[in-house]
Design a protein around this ligand. Sequence first.
Ligand code: PXL
Length: 274
Amino acid sequence: MNRVQPPVALTVAGSDSGGGAGIQADLHTFAAHRVHGTSVVTAITAQNTRGVTAAAAVGADLVRAQLDAVLGDFPVAAVKTGMLGGDELLALVAEYGRADRLPNLVVDPVMVTTTGDALFSGDPAAYLAELGPLVTLLTPNLVEARQLLGREIDGVEDMREAARALATFGPRAVLVKGGHGADADSADVVDVLWCDGQLLDLAAPRVATRNDHGTGCTLASAIAARLALGHPLPQAVAGAKVYVTEALKAATDWHLGTGPGPVHHHHGRRSVAL
Ligand code: PXL
């Protein structure tokens, strides 16, 4: 029996009613890491594997109240942000960051779903201006990195350049993810990590699956969970990538909806009901 209490992580993100992305993916991921998950809900999406049919932002006052409730009581060791919806909640999160209340801050700059639905209505440049210096790790995919920088990014050398450019806005580290890249036929997916002035290419085998809904949320929250557990940043990123690859592999045969379904967050573990 493990009687040691778990570290605490916080996700600030939107709800995905289909349970594959957003808050639900983050809490699954924290639980798989044996980290206690707390959550601040920023938006509610009506969503399944086929797409988003409705969405509403949670008001800034209620988001503030959730942040105060969690941060005023729990020893939060790491924070992940996902869907912030627009400029107002972005500014609110930045306010808590500037007050030093968001340790080990992993920011997934969520802009659109993989099904093409917009999840951020604000100015992409505001992400860097507001949050840049407060961020431990920024995790844009190629689409988000293009929007943040306002230019095309093609190929790994360009991703390295983009990571360097994003790092000038002040984060300790930037992970530019190549998973949705044009080079979909290559055997490996290459992400580029800029960390403490060094560039690293991180390759992982490409998993042939249609069930990739929520992989970005899952990766960012796995990194936050590992930071909460005390892993150094580069190791947290590398370990989280292995976790996501295994979660993708374990769900390849799932048909939980007719569109791209969730990954298997609890792969490798027997049900507690067995
Ligand atoms: O993966 C981006 C994302 C973030 N947050 C919510 C989502 C999605 C993608 O579907 O639904 C709530």
